[in-house]
Each structure stands twice: as C-alpha cells, then as structure tokens.
Design a protein around this ligand. Sequence first.
Ligand SMILES: Nc1ncnc2c1ncn2[C@@H]1O[C@H](COP(=O)(O)OP(=O)(O)OP(=O)(O)O)[C@@H](O)[C@H]1O
Length: 615
Amino acid sequence: MVAKLIPARASCLPRMTAGEKRVSERLEQKLDDDYLLWYDVPIGFKYSKPDFVVFHPRRGMLVLEVKDWKLESIHACDKDAFTLVTDRGLVHQRNPVAQARVYALEVGVVLERDPMLRHPEDSKYAGKLVCPWAYGVVLSNINRKEFDQAGLAAIIPSHLVICQDEFVPSVDAEALQKRLWDMFPQPFAHALSLPQIDRVRWHLFPEVRVNPGEGQFGLFDGASKKAIEIPDLIKVMDIQQEQLARSLGDGHRVIHGVAGSGKTMILGYRCVHLAHALTRPILVLCFNKTLAARLHQLIAERGLEQKVQVYNFHAWCYAQIQSYHLEKPRGAGMFERFPQVVMNGVEKGLVPRGQYGAILIDEGHDFSPDWYRLITQMVDPNTNSLLVLYDDTQNIYGKATRKRFSWKSVGIDAIGHSTILKLNYRNTLEILSVAKAFIEAQPSDEENDDGQPVIAPESAGRRGPLPELIKVNDRAGEATLIIDCVRDEASRGRSLSDIAVVVRRDADALYMHKALVDAGIDARIAHNSGKATLFQGTPSVKVVSMHSSKGLEFPVVFIPRIGQMPTTGEDETLEAKLLYVAITRATERVVALHDADSAHVGLLAKAIRDFAEVA
Ligand SMILES: Nc1ncnc2c1ncn2[C@@H]1O[C@H](COP(=O)(O)OP(=O)(O)OP(=O)(O)O)[C@@H](O)[C@H]1O
C-alpha cells in the first residue's frame, strides 16, 4: 500500500505547478501507507499554507516547500531572499528554506500548547514535544550537481534540499525516505499513539475538528480562529472523511455512507468552502422538510444564507415555478406534479440550466431518476460540482422510489467518483448493535438490480447504556412514562432540545405532543407548517415522525407505540427500516415503549438480550 495525498491528488492537479505534480506523485509512490501527506492545506492559528506536510507516527512532521526555479533563472540569492529573472522582470522571493522554517516553527508552537503532546516530567526529554518537526525544500528543476557547482549550499543547507535528480521515478524508495528524515535535526525514538495522532491533526488542521457539544453539525465551526480550550476528548474527522471533504470540488461525487457516518457533516464542510470559493449560488437539496429546516437554520447561523440555498426538493421545484412564472399545478396530487412542471420548463427554455455553482444532495436515496436528470442540468457546466450522499438502508419511501437505475442513466458520472463510509460515529455500540437487527432482518438485497452497495454499519466504538424496552398498559401509560423520563433528564441538566419523541404515525405524534404540553413541558411537533420552525425558539422536546427524523440526531430518543409495528398489511421490511432510522437518531439513550406485543417488539427484545449476553 502506498501513501495517499490529502486532498486527493486528482483534485489538486489543476492548481499544482509541474514540480508539485512530480513531487506529489513521487511521495505517493515511494512512501508507505503509514505516512500522511497533505498538499496546500491551511495549518495552525495563522492558516499558513505550506506546499506539502509529510507526517509519520514514528518520524514526525516535515514541511516541504517546492520551487520550480531553473538555475539560470536565479539572478542573485542570499540567506533571506532570491532574485529571479522572470517575464515580468526581476522578482524577489523569500528564501524557500526560511519560508519552510517559519511554517515548521508554527507547527511546533501549535503542538507544544498541548500537554498531552509533550514528554512527561519524569522523562529525559521532559516538556519537549513528542512529535519532532523539520523542514526542507524541493528544487524540482535543479539537479544536485548544479546545486553544488553553483554554491547554493551556502544559501540552503545541503541536507535540507531534495534536487531534481533525487526524486525521479526510478529513485529507490528508501533513499528518498532517508533524504526526508535526514532533514530532522535528531533521530526520534517515540511512536505516536492513535489518540496522539488525532491530537496532532486537531491542532494543526482546525478544519477537521468535530467540536464536541456542537452536535451533529459541529464541524461548521471547526475553522473558527478563536482561541479554543483543548478538550480532553479530541474529535476529528477520520482520514477518509478528511480526504473526502477536502477533495470534493469540481465534478461529480457519490458518497455511500451508513447512518451516522458523517455524510451531513461533510456536506456542511463543503458548503462553507464552496461559499467562499464560488461566485454562483450553491444549492443544498434533501427530501424531508424537517432536515431542510435544520440545515437551513445552521447555514443561516453561519451567515451563508446569501450564498447557500437549502430546500427540500418539492419546495425547490415550487420556488422555480414561482420564479419563472410557470403554471402551478392545482388540486389533488399537485406536489407530485411540481417536478414535471419544472422539467417541462427547462425543456422549453423557460427555466435556465446551470443556475448553481454547486449542488449538494443529502438523502439521495429518496430521489427518483427524473429528479436527478433535472438536477444535473442545474449545475454550472464550468464546475459540474455535484455531490450526492446516499444510504440505501435508509430508503424508507417504499419500492416505488427505490433506486433502480444506473447513475450514468441520469447523467451522473459516479465511476471512479464513489466512496463508501462504513464507520458509524453517532451511536454507541449498544444502540447501533440493537438497531442493526432491523436491517439484518431484511431479505437480502443481493438480487437487486441497481448495484448499490448495501452496507452494514460498523461502530466507531463509543459505549453507553443498552437501549431500554418498557411495557406499559396503554398509550396513556406510554405518554406518562415519557413525561416522567423527560422531567428526570431535565432535572439532571439535560436541555429539552436534546430530547426527541419519534413516532410511526401522525395521530401518535399529535397525542404525544399534547400530552407533553399538557404536562407543562415545552414541546414542538414536526407536523405541517411546524416542520419549518421546529428548531426555532426556546429549548423544546421535538416530536417527529420516523420519516421526518431522518438526517437528525438527539442525545435521547423515545420511541413509543412499538407494539403497533408493523400492523397487518404493512411492508415489514420498510417498517423495519423505519425503526432502524428511528433508533439510529440517538447518540446516547434510546427508550422504546409498547403496550402490546408485535413482531418489532420481539425483534427489539431479542436484539437487546443478544447484546447483553455477548457484552
Ligand atoms: N470522525 C468523527 N469523530 C467523531 N464524531 C463524528 C465523526 N464523524 C461524524 N461524527 C459525528 O457523528 C454524527 C453523525 O454525523 P452525520 O449526521 O453527518 O451523519 P450522516 O451520515 O449524515 O447520518 P444519517 O445518514 O444517519 O443522517 C454527528 O454528531 C457528527 O458530528
């Protein structure tokens, strides 16, 4: 296995110099996969951008600057600066080794703040950083002989330079690695642990922080420059998430990710970056209104609403109908006809194509082929920037909308642009293990058709209490128990906004909402127009349907009326998926309630028992 560049090399090529292209290719080829490589990403407080950062857990952190200068273009040089002959006349540039040193010093300053990254008091290196740092220069168009003969070693120390002939394709991997590590002032005998590597990334790359306490979309604030207290528990994107988030740019990209694998978090990261990079508006689409409301609120909080528009798909169609004065369908089923009206409008040239600099689709599994055909036409062909987030296990709208088409047939170039995220970060091992019983129980999807991976989630390993399954006498008893638990949670300091009641049927939502409100508990219901304002106002318990809950998360989730799941005639597979979605909304605690026995009660009880036995 070879090292992988972050962002992905292909996405960097358009902005790389010829020398940087060769350096990146060689580093990827000649370094093993325990190296981490970054190209042109901002580091530290100052957001400086070295050309390359090379990291190895047993070696340390190396900053490399690359210069494509030819010997004959160097007019003069000293320890501070180079004067170069260019088309624009003589140009002064800082000595690249001095530049690399400044970046590397910053690495040191940033990392040294963290006591967990310093050698302990009783060690002979007490107080020193556990991660050494160094710096160097690649002269991509000057070979070693030229370097020596020109006396450049007096300006850039010889061991801090890699010359053109020292990173040719035939170079021995060990020889190249030795050159890199000879740049370090002294050898290093400490291997960083995985938590220490996460800490290093947390400090160096503020953008990859997943801020605890900020919840599901904490990452939006990750780039904040304000001084931050160092939390005991460091949360950063994993390498796959980071590479994905940083690499998304021009072109199409499909991410298949299990529930809670960070799909929406990556979408948020991209919105912030695209909003800064693009002049055209950015469109975020999802299917359910509640998630659209939540995303909209978060985009607005970050002051991005001028650049980033968030809609559920039908609301977007309606906005297009209004903006371009198309005839609005009326009567029964009018919503379902909105997309066709917009498609016709596009065909007739009434609705312009290419309106958006980028389009990002959350919950792509709920979109039908026609919708995709329409959406792909709406992206500016110059960027062609389209991101689809997809999880087939959360397809809860029945066979009719199930994806049975190839990406190609709807104009999406997914070949070579698809990624799978398997790790679930949201749920505890207990919650995820129990939830999985409801997707494992489904008939195999193997024979299906669309070639979509049906991925079983893997737990990131966080532990917590087992989901609870409680039997009471009737629906009123379920409501009373929820009210008692909410009061108990609140008395222990839990915000009401951290609590959701997730129900299968609208009638139950109305009932539970009323019961909570009658008990004096502030509660909001995701019902009709309430969906848009669900996350506004003072802290409140959210009462949401299983369908509406998709994409959301809450520390505590109550799921009443399991005894009525599924009822006669209902599609068991779909009902199981719904319960999977509901259970995987909880980050810490799940309480399921029933007043009767049902297939799902049996399955849930068994899943809880099975987990308790093996744990
Ligand atoms: N690398 C990580 N480390 C710690 N927490 C993470 C990491 N990645 C994601 N998370 C957290 O996991 C939770 C789930 O993320 P997110 O909502 O983006 O997942 P998702 O894939 O969109 O889920 P779903 O499809 O179920 O809606 C969030 O609270 C997020 O902050």
